[in-house]
Structure formats: C-alpha cells, structure tokens
Design a protein around this ligand. Structure first.
Ligand code: SF4
Ligand code: SF4
Length: 639
C-alpha cells in the first residue's frame, strides 16, 4: 500500500475475494492513441436499451463526429462517425456478445483525413439543467464502466428523488483491467471537470470518489486535481468486487440499496470516471462519444492501454500491442471474473470494451472437472450480497426456479466470487445465469399469455355488449312504432301488418262507395221500371268497355302507322280515317272520357303511349266488370 493512501471512514460489505490482480503489466506504458484501421464496424446495439435509428445510407461520405444513428425512445444512445470516411455497408456482422450472433452494424471506410464536423461546446454553467440533459441524447455517451446504460437517462431526475450524493466509481476492482487507473493518472484534471458537470446536472451537494488502494498514482493525481474543490477522494481497500456500484456505495456511505430500488431513490447516483470524462469532452468541446480507453493485456507482446475508436477491429488493437503470442487460444472482453470469451477475432471494439485479454493455457488453465458440493459454505462466506450460493446452485440444478427466485436469485450480481472459492470447482455462476434466463423466459411467456387472454376477454365482452345494444335498439324501435299507432290499432295483435291495415281500409271504403251509390239510386225519381233502368255499375262497365275499344283502335292505328300503312300525320290521313276518329272522340265524349292524346307526337311516343293506354284500358275494363258483378251481388244480398 502506498504511503499516500489514507483510508477515510469506510463500511465494509460482506464477503469479497482477492484474486491475483495482474494489473501492472498494462500500466508500464502511457496511454497510446491507436492508428486508424482500414474500416470501422459500429454495432447499433452498444448500450442498454433501444437500438438507435440509422440516419445515413450506404455510399454517404461522413465527417468525424457526424450522427450516424439517433437515439430511439427514452432509453437509447446515439452512434457517431469516429472518423471521416464513407459508409460502405449497413448490414449484419458479428458483434462482441457471448451469443456469437450477428447484429446490425454500420461499416465506415476511413478516408484518412480525420476531418471533424463543425462542433462546439455548451456553456453549461449558464444553461438550464433540463436543456443540458436533453442535449445529451445527441452525445452517445453511455456508462463506460461496462454497464453501458445511457448517461442522459441517469441524469434525468423525476423531481421525487433528489440526488444529494454523487459517487464516482474509480475502484476498478477486477483483475487485469487498468483503463480507469491510467485515465486518472493522465487526465485527472479533465475528470474533475467532468465530475463538476455531473454534480451540476444532478444538483448533488456531496461528491465521493472511491479508488482502491492498489492505485497509488491515480489516488495522488485525483487528490491533486480535487485539492481546491469540495470533492472527496476516498481510498477503499482492494477487495473484489468493490467496483460494483452498490458495493461501492456501501463502502463509502454504509447504505444498502434495496435490490428492487435504484440508487437515485435513496438520493445517490454513481458514475464511472471514464463516463464523467466523456461528459467533459461533450460539454466543453462538443465532442460526442467516439472512442474510449481500452486495456489490451494478457498474452500479448506489449500490454498497455490505448485510446481506441469505436468500431476498431479487435486484431488491429492486438497488433498495436505487439501481437498475440503463439499460444494464445482466445480473447476475453472484460476481466477474468465477469468478462466473456469473444466469439470471433473479427469483432469490433465497442463502448462496453474496457479490457481485452489475450488468453492462453498458461494464464487461464482449463478448469478442473466439477466435483459434488461438499456444503463447505465457502461460497456463502465470499458472497458480497449475502446470498446462499450453494442453495441457489441446488435449486438451479434441479430446475426448481421458483424457489431459487424466493432465495433472491435476482440479487446475484454474477461476480463469480463464489465460483472462485469453491473447492469443488463448480461453475456456480453458469447455473445462476441458466436459472435466470429460464425464469425470464417463463415470465415473458406468461406475460404474453396473460396479454393474449386479456385481449380475448375484452373481445368477447365487446361482442356481447354490441349484441345487447342491437337488441335494445330493436326493442326501442318496436316500442316507438306501437306508441305512434291509433288507440284502435294499438289494440291490434302484433301480428297484424301495415299491409293488412291498408287492405281493411280499402274494403271499408269500397263498401262505403257501394252504399252511397245505392242510396243515390234509391233517391232518383222512378221514370221507368227498375229492371229497365241501368245501374251505375253497369254504366261504369259499359264506359270501360268503350274506352277499351277506343284504345284498341288507337293501338291498331299506331301499329298501322308503324308499318307505314297509314300516313304518319293524322292531318294527312284519309277522310275515312278522320271520320272514324271523330266518331271515336264523339263516343268518348258521350261516356265522359277525356279527349284523346295529341296525335302529332313522335311516332315512338305514339307507339308507346298506345300500348300503355291499351293495357290500362284492358285492366280498367276487367276491374270495372269485376266490381260491377261484385256490387250487384252485394246489393242483391242486402235487398
Ligand atoms: S463452495 Fe462449492 S462445495 Fe462449498 S458449499 Fe459452495 S458450492 Fe458447495
Ligand atoms: S456470483 Fe452471485 S451468488 Fe456468487 S458470490 Fe457473486 S453475488 Fe454471490
């Protein structure tokens, strides 16, 4: 421990382990700036949350710092061009993820000029806080400690939970990783300016910078940079996993943040040192997130830290570190405790890549075969979350997931301390990951099933409601029709239709007419015997018969005109025909019929009218004859 180290008041958490640090290999040289690679592959999924929306097309020439994909939704982060060049592809490519699956990426071919887009800083001291936080959506900054949570989301306070303490996580507890250490050694002043911005944005009154005691140079640099501020550098003992945000809060403040609460809910926010440095670059110079410091270490010729543009191919970084030694088997992203094996050597460096370790059998011997659990409880002693890892192991192994959940499986931070101390070499964390993924999958399936059931129930309820509404409308219409009817009609049975009513009315009217005619006849003077005198019905029948004859004659005449047997203009007809027409008109007048239609109409109209008139006349004659017969019969019966 360095003489500068001065432990403040700290609150030790349960458990923790001391794996070999292996940090000195990569801290012998200063941070180097990596040269431009031939191409940059930028995965859209480099952060927690929604993938951003692509704003460029293949073939576009872009400038350094230009927006390539904008944040989509509340939890998302933008992607920018790390250098100037041409977009050569927007397609799936292998990304650094344990699954080894390809994902959507933007490929940029650098033009070598590294030409910046126009950019400038923001006067953050004289700009309102909300505007500053909103502007961070364009920055692409995420948590660079490995969590990659969008920083603009962490800086949003909902007003309910004011942040009083800002904790800067500089513990960097995992073996091999030294990027934060080197950053503090070399850029402490910029980090402190970034902390001041974060403090301003959060409105925090207290700032604690937690650094493990295995980084004396970094501690000295930070103490010097914060000398004239209210920020406090707190040295904590080296113990894995003190770099876990909740463990560090416990160490510095003695507060245990409940597993189901966020740190801001208890007035605390935690940022990594690299993240606050990115805030400083953005607000002071207008530079979005384009690069990060990466520890390239392990089985390479010259381990060191590099400033690496996002999207740089892994092997470009490995070669910059002198290349991998021949016995290198694979590469690990992150540390040996919580990192994962990269699925491919062509993956790009992303925002989450704080460390790349070239692995070899010498550095990481294959794990011995797992033995049965001997219930020694060493895992429980090492667990920083005070869980019972051996119980969780049994429940996970037997697929007893619900019990594992009850034993707070989801409080496990997958730090690997339990596996590290297990004498039976049981890969405990793998069991926990398996159980968590199964529970999450089951929960999602249940959620989907519940949603489907709710939607179906809502649909059935809607159908039933519409059916009832229709029935109600029909009932209301029927009731309305009944109330509009006369009182007599209202007494009718519901089976009587409007047609039946009209028929009844017509019959009643016919009977009334017949009675009136009879009365009229009775009232006339008796100039002749009853048998000699024609009845009105007989007169009507006679008139109809005459009219029918006239119409037949007219139809015949029209037919003759049509056939050309007669002149088209009646004015030019022969005298015999005119005489016949005159006779017909006289006979019509005698029976009280209306004058004939104008014979000068067009031939087509005449033909049509004649045909219609003939049909009407026939119908009238038939009807009159029928009515006459009926009336006569009725009269006879009554008399
Ligand atoms: S440390 Fe390993 S052997 Fe011991 S109780 Fe835990 S799981 Fe079992
Ligand atoms: S991996 Fe989980 S169970 Fe094991 S020590 Fe870490 S927190 Fe505890």
């Amino acid at each position: 421990m360095n003489a500068l180290v001065n432990f403040g008041k700290i609150f030790k958490f349960n458990g923790g382990v001391h794996p070999p640090e292996n940090k000195t290999q990569s801290t012998q040289l200063p941070i180097a700036k990596l040269s431009l690679p031939d191409q940059l592959v930028l995965p859209l999924r480099q952060h927690v949350g929604n993938i951003p929306k692509v704003k460029v097309n293949v073939g576009d020439h872009v400038l350094k710092g230009q927006l390539l994909a904008e944040a989509e939704g509340m939890v998302s982060a933008a992607i920018h061009a790390p250098t100037s060049g041409t977009i050569t592809a927007i397609a799936d490519a292998i990304i650094p993820h344990p699954s080894g699956l390809p994902d959507h990426c933007i490929t940029l071919k650098p033009d070598g000029l590294d030409t910046w887009i126009a950019h400038q800083g923001i006067d953050w001291r004289n700009t309102d806080r909300k505007s500053l936080v909103n502007s961070l959506r364009l920055s692409g900054i995420v948590g660079l400690g490995g969590a990659t949570f969008p920083t603009q989301v962490k800086l949003r306070t909902d007003g309910k939970s004011a942040v009083h303490t800002l904790v800067i996580n500089a513990a960097e507890c995992e073996p091999y990783i030294t990027c934060d250490d080197m950053l503090m050694r070399e850029r402490a002043a910029e980090i402190v300016q970034g902390i001041a911005i974060a403090q301003h944005l959060l409105g925090a009154t207290k700032v604690l910078i937690g650094i493990e005691d295995n980084k004396p140079e970094a501690i000295a640099a930070m103490q010097e940079a914060t000398a004239n501020t209210s920020m406090q550098v707190v040295v904590v003992p080296t113990l894995y996993p003190s770099g876990d945000a909740r463990r560090l809060v416990h160490l510095l403040l003695g507060e245990e943040i409940p597993h189901n609460k966020r740190a801001t809910e208890v007035g605390i926010q935690v940022f990594n040192v690299a993240t606050v440095l990115a805030l400083h670059r953005y607000f002071e110079y207008g530079e979005p997130a384009l690069s990060r410091i990466v520890s390239m270490t392990g089985n390479v010729a010259q381990p060191r830290n590099f400033e690496v543009l996002f999207g740089t191919p892994l092997m470009h970084l490995v070669n910059a570190a002198g290349g991998a030694k021949p016995d290198t088997t694979h590469y690990i992203m992150g540390g040996p405790m919580m990192g994962f094996n990269l699925p491919d050597n062509n993956v790009p460096i992303t925002k989450a890549a704080n460390c790349i370790i070239a692995a070899s059998p010498n550095l990481f011997a294959p794990p011995p075969p797992a033995m049965p659990c001997i219930r020694c409880a060493r895992c429980a002693d090492a667990c920083p979350v005070s869980l019972q890892p051996q119980e969780l192991y049994w429940f996970a192994k037997s697929d007893n997931f619900e019990t594992a959940r009850e034993y707070k499986l989801f409080d496990c931070i997958e730090c690997g301390a339990c596996s590290y101390v297990c004498p039976s070499n049981i890969p405990l964390v793998q069991y926990y990951r398996y159980a968590k993924s199964e529970i999450i999958a089951a929960d999602r399936a249940k959620e989907a099933a519940d949603l489907a059931r709710e939607r179906n129930e809502a649909r059935l309820a809607r159908i039933e409601r519409e059916k009832l509404e229709r029935a109600q409308k029909h009932a209301e219409r029927a009731q309305g029709a009944k109330s509009e009817a006369s009182p007599e009609q209202a007494t009718n049975t519901p089976t009587e239709t409007p047609d039946a009513d009209a028929k009844k009315a017509a019959i009643a009217a016919a009977i009334a007419r017949a009675k009136a005619q009879k009365q009229s006849l009775d009232d006339q003077p008796q100039t002749s015997s009853v048998t000699d005198k024609p009845t009105p019905a007989a007169d009507e029948a006679k008139k109809a018969a005459i009219a029918a004859a006239i119409e037949r004659a007219k139809a015949q005449k029209a037919a003759a005109l049509q056939a050309g047997a007669m002149p088209r203009n009646v004015d030019t007809a022969s005298g015999a025909v005119q005489q016949e027409i005159a006779e017909i008109d006289a006979r019509r007048a005698a029976v009280g019929l209306t004058p004939p239609p104008n014979e000068a109409t067009t031939q087509a109209a005449a033909d049509k009218q004649a045909a219609i008139a003939a049909a009407i006349a026939r119908a009238k004659a038939q009807k009159a004859a029928a009515e006459a017969a009926k009336l006569a019969e009725s009269t006879e019966k009554k008399e």
